[in-house]
Design a binder for this molecule. Structure first.
Ligand code: AR6
Length: 174
C-alpha cells in the first residue's frame, strides 16, 4: 500500500478513481471540479444529474461522497465529495476528514485499487495548505483502505505539494 504526493494535474492522472472537490449541487463549478468536467465531457454532468435525481435530490451533503462514471478521464470512476466551505464559516475539520473517509469508503465499495485526490477544500473553500494536508493525511492513514493499493494526492501548486510532502514525511517518522 503506497501513499504519495505529486505536483500535477488530476485530469491527466490515471487511477481507478479520481476524487472531485465538488459542491453540493454536483452540477459543476470552477477549480478542479470544472477541470474534471471539461476533461470528462458531457457524460459526467449527465451522470451527476442522475445522482441528484435518484440519490441526492437535495444535493450532496458536506463530508459525503458519491461515485459516477468518469467519461473521457483516465479512470473508471469519479468520486465526488463536498468539503466544508471554510470561507463561508464551515470550520469543522471533522467534515474535511469525512470527505476523505467517505471517498475511501466509496472506493472500497467499488473495488477500486488506486485512488487519486486533489487537496479538497484548499481552493475556493479556503482551507490553508498546512491544515488541508494534516487533515487529509490523517484521514487516509486512519482508513482501513481494504483492497486499495495506492492513494495519491495530486497537488496543483508547489505550496500544497510541499505541505502534503511534509505531512507524509512526518507521519512516516511516526
Ligand atoms: N488538478 C489538481 N488540483 C487542482 C486542479 C487540477 N486540475 N485544478 C485546481 N486544483 P477547488 P474546493 C486544486 O477550488 O476548495 C469548485 O468551484 C486547487 O488549486 O477546486 O474544495 C467546486 O464546484 C486547490 O488546491 O476546490 C466548489 O464550488 C484544490 O484543487 C468549490 O470549488 C481544491 O480547490 C470547491 O472548493
Amino acid at each position: 500500500m503506497s501513499i504519495d504526493a505529486i505536483l500535477g494535474d488530476l485530469t491527466t492522472e490515471s487511477a481507478d478513481a479520481l476524487v472531485n472537490a465538488a459542491n453540493s449541487s454536483l452540477l459543476g463549478g470552477g477549480g478542479v471540479d470544472g477541470a474534471l468536467h471539461a476533461a470528462a465531457g458531457p457524460a459526467l454532468l449527465e451522470a451527476c444529474r442522475k445522482v441528484r435525481a435518484d440519490q441526492w435530490p437535495g444535493g450532496l451533503p458536506v463530508g459525503e461522497a458519491v461515485a459516477t462514471i468518469a467519461g473521457h478521464l483516465p479512470a473508471r470512476w469519479v468520486i465526488h465529495t463536498v468539503g466544508p466551505n471554510r470561507s463561508a464559516g464551515q470550520t469543522d475539520e471533522r467534515l474535511l476528514a469525512s470527505s476523505y473517509t467517505r471517498s475511501l469508503d466509496v472506493a472500497v465499495e467499488l473495488g477500486a485499487h488506486s485512488v487519486a485526490f486533489p487537496a479538497v477544500g484548499a481552493g475556493v473553500y479556503g482551507w490553508d495548505a498546512t491544515t488541508a494536508a494534516r487533515v487529509a493525511v490523517a484521514a487516509v492513514l486512519a482508513h482501513p483502505r481494504t483492497g486499495i493499493d495506492r492513494v495519491r494526492f495530486v497537488l496543483f501548486s508547489p505550496r500544497l505539494h510541499d505541505a502534503f510532502t511534509a505531512e507524509l514525511n512526518r507521519s512516516r517518522r511516526g
